[in-house]
Ligand binder design. Structure first.
Ligand code: NAD
Length: 485
């Protein structure tokens, strides 16, 4: 397959980085396969992109809401028409399996249609006022939105930011992950082909430098970020106290299993959450907290399911776990496996780099299950973002709740039980933004608000759906109106 030459989109033109520098993205299943070369942008490119969108956003804001909605719907149609091709590109660029990538290419058009409908739903309120006076509120776009995204859902997550931002009438400067620049480019191409004025959107490829410049640019009215908690903190600091910031960050998501659970079911729920997407999901299961006597039989079942995963190139039939997305992801996973053993946890299965049959050209690892993990170990506290699962034992429900909460993160949690009372108690008391009962921690509906608690999110504006999503991308004015006597 030929390598692609990516470009930034600035002021309606596809351009290289001002410096002329590029970076190369390779297939994580086979580093000999070059996906493409993309502009390695600097703060100067961001400066030009923000200036262009600041100039072009007004035209888009003045575009009737029905027209904005039609553009998003058309982009959804175009992405849907190319879904098979896009899914194959996502597999090649990011490393998912084809089945996993296809979920993303199905979901993204649905997102954009949902956002299109929001464009025509924007409304204000009227308030009681003395005499014939009228007080009303109305919502207007914030102007320029900066969108900074990770690689693990390279189409879906950007669509959840760019879609509502455009629906509300904002211009957007999009800084995707340098691991998935091609998919980002495809999303932007679809929006332009659907009729979006080209100065309403800019695409700036690259890494931390353009990201930090975008977050810190005072012309950007709102910064929406998804990524790690460490980077999120840097984005928040760069944006400063008076700017609107939405951060969706990391997780260390536990599943509590009670003694009444069907253990085969529980094991499947856990393995899906832990090893799907090669463990590279923000809501992925990374800890199991098993009560008393279920610990050993559950551990045995989950370890067996881990061992049965077929790891390989996501394009190959029968493969149900692709590579890690990058060399640094592989290094991080192997480092945690080593640290877990050094700290005294028992590696029950997996945790090895896979080689042979060409696998050494990619970042493949066997899914790992650790037993005997104590709350003070790194395995219990740090986000690994790979297929590494830590088993912890709890004596009773209260201890399980305490262990579940014993991290800085608060993204997702789960419980497996037939006891509805316990499940409801867990849902009420678990300090996470997402609670799953008898379901994997991963997976969510696109029409439901999404966001983490504690160090997993800013909690000010829920992402993804509903009124809080549009609140982030709009600002409210209160208008006092009287007729002259
Ligand atoms: P990351 O934090 O390394 O990068 C995210 C984005 O920020 C990228 O575009 C990156 O180039 C950019 N960036 C890097 N340094 C920056 C800086 N100093 N200023 C501004 N931008 C900067 O994350 P990643 O490795 O791309 O993604 C994995 C992480 O994302 C995991 O921690 C995962 O939990 C999290 N994630 C969270 C959610 C959620 O909804 N909560 C969803 C997906 C992924």
């Amino acid at each position: 397959m030929s390598a692609y030459e990516g470009r930034n989109l600035i002021g309606g033109r596809w351009v290289p980085a001002l410096s002329g520098e590029t970076f190369t993205r390779r297939n994580p299943a086979d580093v000999d396969d070059v996906v493409g070369a993309f502009p390695d942008s600097s703060a100067a490119d961001v400066d030009a992109a923000v200036a262009a969108v600041a100039g072009g956003a007004a035209e888009w804001a003045a575009t009737p809401a029905e027209t904005r909605a039609r553009v998003l719907e058309k982009a959804a149609d175009l992405l849907e028409a190319r879904a098979a091709e896009l899914a194959a590109e996502i597999v090649r660029e990011e490393g998912k399996t084809l089945a996993e990538a296809s979920v993303e290419t199905r979901r993204t058009p649905m997102n954009l249609r949902f956002h299109a409908a929001e464009a025509v739903r924007m409304s204000g309120q009227t308030y009681a006022a003395p005499g014939s006076a009228l007080v009303y509120t109305w919502r207007e776009p914030v102007g320029v939105v900066g969108a900074i995204t990770p690689w693990n859902f390279p189409l879906n997550i950007p669509s959840r930011k760019i879609g509502p931002a455009l629906a509300a009438g904002n211009g957007v400067v999009f800084k995707p992950s340098p691991l998935t620049p091609l998919t980002a480019q495809r999303l932007v191409e679809a929006l332009l082909a659907a009729g979006l004025p080209s100065r309403a959107l800019a695409l700036v490829h690259g890494g931390p430098e353009p990201g930090a410049a975008l977050a810190g640019d005072p012309r950007v009215g709102a910064v929406t970020f998804t990524g790690s908690t460490a980077t999120g903190r840097a984005v928040h600091a760069a944006a400063g106290p008076s700017r609107r910031v939405q951060l969706e960050m990391g997780g260390k998501n536990p599943v509590v299993v009670l003694p009444d659970a069907d253990l085969d079911r529980a094991a499947r729920i856990i393995a899906t959450g832990a090893f799907g997407l090669s463990g590279q999901a923000c809501t992925g299961t990374s800890r199991v907290i098993a009560l008393g006597e279920v610990y050993e039989p559950l551990l045995e079942r989950v370890a067996k399911l881990a061992g049965e995963r077929t790891v390989g190139d996501g394009r190959a039939p029968g493969v149900d776990m692709g590579p890690l997305a990058a060399d640094f992801q592989l290094a991080k996973v192997l480092d945690h496996v080593r640290a877990g053993q050094e700290e005294g946890a028992e590696l029950v299965t997996g945790g090895r780099r896979l080689t042979g049959d060409g696998l050494e050209r990619g970042f493949f690892v066997s899914p790992a299950v650790f037993a005997g993990v104590r709350p003070d170990m790194r395995l219990a506290r740090e986000e690994i973002f790979g297929p590494v699962l830590a088993f912890q034992r709890a004596a009773d429900f209260e201890e399980a709740l305490a262990l579940a909460d014993a991290t800085e993160y608060g993204l997702a949690s789960g419980i497996v039980t037939r006891d509805l009372g316990r499940a409801l108690d867990f849902a009420r008391r678990s300090r996470t933004g997402l609670v799953k009962v008898n379901q994997p921690t991963t997976g969510m509906a696109m029409n439901v608000p999404f966001g983490g608690l504690k160090e997993s999110g800013t909690q000010t504006f829920k992402e993804q759906a509903g009124p809080t999503m549009m609140l982030f991308y709009t600002q409210e004015k209160s208008v006092y109106l009287s007729a002259l006597e």
